[in-house]
Design a protein. Structure first.
Length: 289
């Protein structure tokens, strides 16, 4: 019901819209408690409310909505074990709860949620290993698990999660190279794994992952040259490469990144969190000691 207004700039209006939908679904689910369709819609509505509350930094409100949604989804999945869609609902809601825990600094709790979500996705994949929706769910959740493990200080375990995610991301892009979302997922996972390897002191491996990601960001930008997110992704990739390079390769990457950022700044397209990026990149032009 709220999907028609996903582009609403006023987040308060979005919250009101989803909460109105939630009130309707509560009424229907309460009136027909044995109606699995209404119960599922109630769970979906709770997740949507959780999503918009998390976007507004109402972490506690998001957590409450997700937790309530999880109870309903888990009950439905237990009642209908043959319904794989319900099992996916459980995994997605567990992942959402993990996001909340990670935002609140409870990395250990987030790891537990992501691992539970991943176990359910693996069960789904056992039914149909070629299902691309479930494969993408798996790579996204593995990346989240890696992020949570990083926050617990277990960088090696995080790298292992990213590495497994990368294997699946490669499979998806090999199956459909024209899918821009899957290409972005592949680049994002290469970035994550490169960062983890760099933290482990494996500079050569990090360089390899960053270098593999560069043509992906270039292709994605070439298909949508005016896309600011695509441009900043390329800047990130160039910055990563520059951080592990010396000499002319480092200088070339830094200058290209700086050129993109200065153009975005001149066009007032840099978001507040990226205003300082040009100065940060410019500092890299100084000789590396």
């Amino acid at each position: 019901m709220g999907d028609v207004k996903l582009d609403i700039a006023d987040q308060d209006a979005r919250v009101r819209l989803y909460e109105q939908a939630l009130t309707i679904m509560r009424g229907l689910a309460g009136r027909y408690p044995e109606n699995s369709a209404w119960q599922r819609e109630l769970s979906v509505s709770l997740n949507k409310v959780g999503d918009v509350k998390l976007q507004r930094d109402d972490v506690a409100g998001a957590g409450s909505a997700y937790a309530e949604g999880l109870k309903i989804a888990a009950r439905l999945a237990e009642r209908n074990p043959e319904n794989l869609g319900l099992l996916r609902d459980v995994s997605l809601t567990l992942s959402n709860l993990g996001d909340v825990r990670l935002r609140t600094g409870d990395a250990t709790g987030a790891v537990a949620n992501y691992e539970q979500a991943l176990a359910n996705i693996r069960r789904l994949s056992d039914h149909d290993s070629a299902n691309t929706l479930w494969l993408r769910d798996m790579t996204v959740t593995m990346n989240k698990l890696g992020d949570a493990k990083l926050q617990t200080g277990d960088t090696r375990a995080a790298a292992a999660s990213y590495d497994e995610s990368l294997t699946i991301a490669r499979r998806l892009t090999e199956r459909n190279p024209a899918n821009a979302q899957w290409q972005w997922d592949l680049w994002f996972t290469l970035k994550k794994l490169g960062d983890a390897k760099l933290s482990l002191g494996e500079t050569g491996a990090a360089r390899g992952f960053y270098a593999e990601g560069l043509p992906i960001t270039r292709r994605l930008l070439a298909t949508d040259p005016g896309n600011v997110q695509r441009q900043t992704d390329l800047v990130i990739n160039l910055y990563q490469l520059a951080s592990v390079e010396d000499g002319s390769e480092r200088e070339r990457a830094v200058k290209e990144a700086l050129k993109i950022l200065e153009q975005l700044r001149n066009e007032n397209k840099l978001t507040p969190d990226k205003i300082g990026w040009p100065d940060l990149i410019r500092q890299m032009l100084a000789p590396k000691l």
